[in-house]
Design a protein around this ligand. Structure first.
Ligand code: KIV
Length: 262
């Protein structure tokens, strides 16, 4: 079983950490059986599962449901639950109460976006034995302040802030940190500076691990394709062809056949 020690140890041995998101039982089971190190129940469920434009609307109850069904499937991977918008920013007590709910239903850790404004909450969670994954660079829960899903850390000043934030998260006790949509060189500098693993998404090859949204790599979410996503399958097309055949079969009376009847 993958533990927090396994993940931290992978930075030391140089073994890359493979992570994907999951939101439901069947996909989580496939990911786990494929050997994924970390499965993140991402608040990207708001986008690729629920069709929302941002991650802001997803609620604690919805994230708890996704986390619960993913945990039903996972036997080996380290499950991290994304804390939704306003479930940890409001107070340290809220952060503890809400993070604890994810651990009670089977998650091994939680992920929070940002640094300075939530550093007290992160320290408290870590003190209480709740592992925390940090997240800097593009932080989708702050999308309206950022002004769009654009590359972060493009000026030296911005780059220094992201580096500083990542160091702050390490000092606060995070066991790893997601670097989202930043230049590869900046991600390399952060990865070399930190002793905890960096997990990149749109942050180049030098991170200690990589994470992508599973619906993106499988071609299940087709509304748009970020530049950093590699498509490994075209399940949207496969499913579309399958359900069209079923539709035709029903219309023609070709389904059910004798073998499907009693
Ligand atoms: O919600 C999510 O899927 C994420 C990853 C993309 C890092 O935060």
């Amino acid at each position: 079983m993958v533990t927090i020690e396994t993940i931290i140890g992978m930075k030391k041995t140089g073994e890359k950490i493979a992570c994907l998101t999951a939101y439901d039982y069947p996909l989580a089971k496939i990911l786990d059986e494929a050997g994924m190190d970390i499965i993140l129940v991402g608040d990207s469920a708001a986008n690729v599962f629920a069709g929302e434009r941002t991650t802001l609307p997803i609620t604690m109850e919805e994230m708890l449901y996704h986390t619960k069904v993913v945990c039903h499937a996972v036997k080996n991977a380290f499950v991290v639950a994304d804390m939704p918008f306003l479930s940890y920013q409001t107070s340290v007590a809220d952060a503890v109460r809400n993070a604890g709910r994810f651990l009670k239903i089977g998650a091994a850790a939680v992920k929070l976006e940002g640094a300075a404004p939530i550093v007290e909450a992160i320290k408290r969670l870590v003190d209480l034995g709740i592992p925390v994954m940090g997240h800097v660079g593009l932080t989708p829960q702050s999308i309206h302040a950022i002004g769009g899903y654009k590359l972060q850390g493009t000026t030296e000043q911005e780059a220094q802030k992201i580096m500083h934030d990542a160091e702050m998260l390490e000092a606060a006790g995070c066991f790893s940190v997601v670097l989202e949509k930043i230049p590869a060189q900046l991600a390399q500098r952060i990865t070399e500076k930190l002793s905890i693993p960096t997990i990149g998404i749109g942050a180049g090859v030098h991170c200690d691990g990589q994470i992508l949204v599973v619906h993106d790599i499988l071609g299940l979410f087709q509304d748009f394709l970020p530049k950093y996503v590699k498509r490994y399958a075209h399940l949207g097309e496969t499913i579309s062809n399958a359900v069209k055949q079923y539709y035709d079969d029903v219309k023609k009376g070709a389904y059910p056949g004798k073998e499907h009847s009693f």
